[in-house]
Design a protein around this ligand. Structure first.
Ligand code: F6P
Length: 341
């Protein structure tokens, strides 16, 4: 079999572990040939690739990023994108394509699969918002990075009797905010699923100081917004891909909290540090299992499917199902966290 693999969309710790696993399972156990496309779908659209053998993937298990590179280019953005992809798959004699990516990538994978290409998807995102899989690799690493940052920020917040508003990633969902906030014992967690009320948030943070505490940590997901009419809030339009730009919610919140509480407040934006560096053991194992199962699915001819973790098992789910809705933080999970803040 000849398999093409690519990594697309925002990078994520564990991508290299998937690539390595695909190559090991395919080359060693099945005698397949594997090629890796450069920079995501762009590589497939431009037939820009290299051969991946065991040497090419040696020593990459613990490396962050992706040895293949990534981009946000999608076949659907180009007039002849789907036709070009089909042409290159035929020219290269590919029997299977394994795209590793998040929501946008898996939507593109669905499009190409519907156009007849043999696709087996592998979900990834630090945001953990892909429906149909219990967890995505990268999430555990990102939560670890955010938790460590929160632990560190607590000591400086306390020294200066400040409110620190820590913005974590999570464009549509608040999984990283919820988990890191719980793990670090933050004093308020703000997620996109629950527009926040500025009066309530001020009261919660203010109550800490009234109770004699010297500092407060608020974790906010970058996509969080206030309840309609609850404060003046600036939105920031869209980026070149049509994605909503981030509002700088931590900046806006820190200005507002400082004004309302009369306490020094500072924003801290963790940003891409959450996506970089070495994956945790959990993420390496999950990524490796996804890669292994993707190759098996290709050999069974199970195309138009995506690997998924259900409980402790890896199963295959239809790509169409996986990209229909996002996995948001349910109300009861948020309530559990609120109790212990
Ligand atoms: O989807 C993963 C993610 O890390 C989001 O949490 C974040 O909003 C986005 O990517 C950032 O994307 P970019 O790297 O293009 O700025």
């Amino acid at each position: 079999m000849r398999i093409g693999v690519l990594t697309s969309g925002g990078d994520c710790p564990g991508l290299n572990a998937v690539i390595r696993s695909v190559v090991h399972r395919a080359v060693v156990d099945h005698g397949d040939e594997v090629i890796g496309f450069h920079d995501g779908w762009k590589g497939l659209l431009e037939a820009d690739y290299r051969k991946l053998d065991l040497d090419a993937v040696a020593g990459i298990l613990a490396r962050g990023g992706t040895i293949l590179g990534s981009s946000r280019v999608q076949p659907a953005h180009l007039v002849d994108g789907v036709e070009r992809a089909k042409g290159h798959v035929a020219e290269l004699g590919l029997d299977a394509i394994i795209p590793i990516g998040g929501e946008g990538t898996l939507k593109a994978a669905t499009l190409l699969s519907n156009a007849g290409l043999p696709i087996v998807g592998v979900p990834k995102t630090i945001d953990n918002d892909i429906a149909s899989t219990d967890v995505t690799f990268g999430f555990d690493t990102a939560v670890g990075v955010a938790t460590e940052a929160l632990d560190r920020l607590k000591t400086t917040a306390e020294s200066h009797q400040r409110v620190l508003i820590v913005e974590v990633m999570g464009r549509h969902t608040g999984w990283i905010a919820l988990h890191s906030g719980m793990a670090a014992g933050a004093h308020a967690i703000v997620v996109p699923e629950r527009p926040f009320d500025m009066d309530e948030l001020t009261a919660r943070v203010g109550a800490r100081f009234e109770n004699g505490k010297r500092f407060a940590i608020v974790v906010v997901a970058e996509g969080a917004k206030p309840r309609e009419g609850s404060m003046d809030f600036k939105t920031a339009g869209t980026d070149i891909y049509g994605h909503e730009r981030f509002t700088g919610v931590a900046n806006q919140l820190s200005v507002e909290l400082e004004k309302r509480l009369g306490k020094e407040a500072r924003p801290v934006i963790l940003g891409h540090v959450q996506r970089g560096g070495t994956p945790t053991a959990y993420d390496r194992v999950l990524a490796t299992r996804f890669g292994w199962h993707a190759v098996e699915a290709a050999h069974r001819g199970e195309f138009g499917m995506m690997t998924a973790l259900r409980g402790t098992d890896i199963t295959m789910v239809p790509l169409t199902e996986a990209t229909q809705t996002l996995k948001t933080v349910p109300a009861d999970r948020y309530e559990e966290a609120e109790t212990v803040l």
